[in-house]
Design a binder for this molecule. Structure first.
Ligand SMILES: O=C(O)CCC(=O)C(=O)O
Ligand SMILES: [Fe+2]
Length: 193
């Protein structure tokens, strides 16, 4: 789908913004059925998890279905869809970041690997860094295979502490692709301003 201009609302050349190297394209509304279906069907179980996190951290609760979340986004002026396709060639990488697009930030997102590691590309690991309060940061590396989705925190997650739970911030990115092409589908649930 990457070359289908009619499917996307905008295209970002990452090097122009110092986001890394590669290109990503945000799907336009109406989302293609497979992306719409994934976003709708992944949301309810992730909302249940998000609500357990919220209870532990004393944060707000989340609607049980995607329509409820998108209605809240619309009220906050977040109307534009955020699911995206990313493409990285040799030298491609994604600097550590958080996908926050407005006031309403659903806390969990998914990235689905659309290429076969070692066959389609080399390098290009999914990288996560946990910023623990008053401690050194902890790196986590994932190597999803074709079709696997990685579920991860957008901004932070609850971690057990001496008294209950504390918030641990997380950022994500991608290490350098050393050869070939790496494609990923990013499913973010809140919409953007
Ligand atoms: O390319 C990746 O694995 C991560 C892409 C990303 O930043 C995202 O899905 O939010
Ligand atoms: Fe991201």
């Amino acid at each position: 789908m990457f070359g289908r201009d009619d499917l996307f609302r905008s295209t970002v050349v990452m090097s122009r913004h110092a986001f890394g190297e590669g290109t990503y394209r945000y799907f336009r509304d109406p989302l293609v059925p497979i992306v719409q279906g994934l976003r709708e069907r992944l949301y309810p179980p992730l909302a249940r998890l998000a609500n357990r996190w919220a209870a532990r951290l004393g944060e707000r609760a989340w609607p049980e279905d995607l329509d409820g979340l998108l209605a809240e986004c619309a009220e906050a002026g977040q109307h534009r869809p955020t699911p995206l396709l990313l493409r990285y060639g040799p030298g491609g990488h994604n600097c550590l970041h958080q996908d926050v697009y407005g006031e309403v930030t659903f806390p969990i997102q998914v990235a689905v690997m659309l290429s076969t590691p070692d066959a389609d590309f080399t390098g290009g690991e999914s990288v996560f860094v946990e910023q623990r309060p008053r401690a050194q940061s902890r790196p986590i590396v994932a190597r999803p295979t074709l079709g696997q989705g990685v579920v991860f925190p957008v901004r932070h997650r609850p971690v057990p502490s001496a008294r209950g739970y504390k918030r641990v911030a997380m950022r994500h990115g991608v290490s350098t692709v050393t050869g070939g092409e790496r494609h990923v589908l990013g499913v973010i649930f809140h919409n953007a301003t």
